[in-house]
Design a binder for this molecule. Structure first.
Ligand SMILES: O=c1ccn([C@@H]2O[C@H](COP(=O)(O)OP(=O)(O)O[C@H]3O[C@H](CO)[C@@H](O)[C@H](O)[C@H]3O)[C@@H](O)[C@H]2O)c(=O)[nH]1
Ligand SMILES: [Mn+2]
Length: 477
């Protein structure tokens, strides 16, 4: 039991891995509602990771749109065009802040092309915001026939809860080039199939579709999960992760590297405690001193294989590599649509032994507990410059909604057969298990807290004493 803080030296990475040996990286970004999570913010998150200091031929970004919204797809079509200017701009000028919204808001140093890039960004932003305000994209503004066809899949029968899968490759590396002629990373939009009569399992279901679709296209050994509002704040983050994953002396059971969620825009007094400092700054370092921190939904770099069995098992994955084929080829797209179907998981181990686990709204804690019970370890990575920055609830209504969702999800974990107090007590060390149990039973705190909030006032009104008198003998204890 020893709270752990770690440090890596990225400049030493080159001593034990050449750039050509870096593993592929698939980034998963989830969004679920174009009105609650504005598409321009999701686009900013995607652009910030597309501009990572990582070999472009190894980088792919997959966006899951559970809102099944034409508006989000339209925003990404615009983003793909803007990316061809933004990525070379960042790399040429060694920009650190690669989320365009944050960059232009930060009063950046001015380069000769900054004015032009800024006005391009503003044009894209205004275009996307106007389309969201109007509620639909007008085909007159779209120059590309392929894009018009993609957007015309939104027919009258198409609703967010009932629609076929939509998968659109917006950028393909090796084919699409930026304005300087360099490759751009893959960018793929996915809206999985939804039917009223089949369970979609919320975010866990979306992530499992991303796991499968990416396996038909790129199958990178390393995966990063991000919420739509968590943009990258440091382009060197994947290299930092490689310092752990490629370290020859590292425990081979290391399954994932977790970054804390850090929020921006919280007011100084943080009246709702939205910073969650006890979780992200204190408890995760403590868990790191045991078997490792839990996954916190966003900012987790996973080895793909951990979703297919324990460290000693041979992963039950289809080994046929499709990576040599174009991701726009008919075969690859047919397979991708097939695995994004809502009946694909029937009678399979998805959600029980494979992928993100179903059964709790807090799928991150639930899945990472089970992964640790299977023997996987994790690491908490907390660099000085936050790797990601996200939004936290800024009003009481959103906060109460989030707390209710978390409480329901945590109690689902506390009282199921995978409850940390009964499941894995032998395979995971006792203190780690207690750590997970502490989270799972966290909503129970509401009972003593509510009593404490009312009892003293009621006692005062009724002139009753609730505390022992100083003179009684038990007070000595
Ligand atoms: O059916 C769904 C529901 C949610 N999401 C996405 O999941 C993410 C998190 O959902 P949000 O509504 O923002 O929940 P929060 O309570 O803010 O999220 C915290 O808690 C979740 C549950 O533990 C974690 O998954 C998140 O990473 C963590 O930031 C967002 O990007 C959503 O777009 C989906 O993709 N499909
Ligand atoms: Mn959120």
């Amino acid at each position: 039991m020893c709270p752990t803080e770690r440090q890596v030296f990225i400049e030493h990475l080159e001593h034990y891995a050449k750039e050509s040996d870096y593993p592929g990286l698939d980034v998963f970004i989830c969004t679920a509602d174009p009105y609650k999570e504005p598409p321009i913010d999701v686009v900013n998150t995607a652009l910030s990771v597309m501009a990572y200091d990582y070999p472009t031929e190894k980088l792919s970004v997959y966006v899951s749109d559970d809102g099944g919204s034409q508006l989000t797809l339209f925003a990404f079509m615009e983003a793909a065009r803007f990316a061809s200017h933004w990525l070379p701009y960042c790399k040429k000028n060694k920009i650190v802040e690669r989320c365009p919204k944050a960059y232009f808001a930060s009063n950046p140093s001015w380069f000769p092309e900054t004015d032009q890039i800024k006005s391009m960004y503003e044009r894209m932003r205004d275009g996307v915001e106007n389309v969201v305000k109007r509620g639909s994209s007008s085909h007159d503004y779209i120059p590309d026939q392929r894009e018009i066809e993609a957007l015309s899949r939104w027919t009258d029968e198409f609703t967010p809860q009932n629609h076929p899968p939509v998968i659109q490759v917006l950028l393909e590396r090796g084919k699409d080039k930026d304005i300087t002629g360099h490759d751009m990373p893959n960018l793929v939009y996915i809206s999985r199939e939804k039917r009223m009569d089949s369970a979609h399992h919320f975010k866990a279901g979306a992530l499992n579709v991303l796991l499968r679709v990416s396996a038909t296209m790129t199958k990178a050994p390393v995966i990063l999960t991000l919420d739509s509002d968590m943009y990258s704040n440091d382009p060197q983050t994947p290299l930092r992760v490689l310092c752990y994953l490629l370290d020859p002396s590292m425990d081979p059971k290391l399954g994932y590297v977790q970054f804390p969620q850090i929020f921006h825009g919280i007011n100084k007094s943080d009246i709702y405690g939205g910073e969650l400092r006890h979780v992200f700054q204190v408890q995760m370092s403590g868990m790191d001193g045991l078997a490792g921190p839990q996954h916190v939904g966003s900012g987790g770099f996973f080895r793909r294989k951990i979703f297919f069995g324990g460290p000693s098992e041979t992963p039950e994955m289809n080994q046929d590599q499709l990576t040599s084929k174009s991701i726009r080829s008919r075969e690859v797209l047919a397979m991708a649509h097939h695995v994004a179907g809502c009946n694909f998981e029937n009678q399979t181990k998805w959600g029980t032994k494979m992928g993100f686990r179903y059964g709790s709204l807090v799928e991150d804690l639930y899945t990472s507990h089970q992964l640790q019970c299977e023997g996987w370890k994790s690491i908490n990575c907390k660099p000085k410059r936050p790797a990601f920055l996200g939004n936290s609830p800024l009003n009481l209504h959103v906060l109460l909604n989030q707390t209710t969702r978390w409480s329901v999800g945590l109690l689902e974990i506390a009282f199921c057969k995978y409850s940390p107090i009964i499941y894995g007590v032998r395979s995971i060390n006792l203190l780690s298990g207690l750590g997970f149990a502490y989270y799972a039973f966290w909503p129970v705190w509401s009972i003593p807290l509510t009593i404490y909030a009312f009892l003293s006032q009621l006692a005062l009104l009724n002139s009753a004493s609730i505390f022992p008198k100083v003179c009684i003998s038990s007070m000595v204890l």
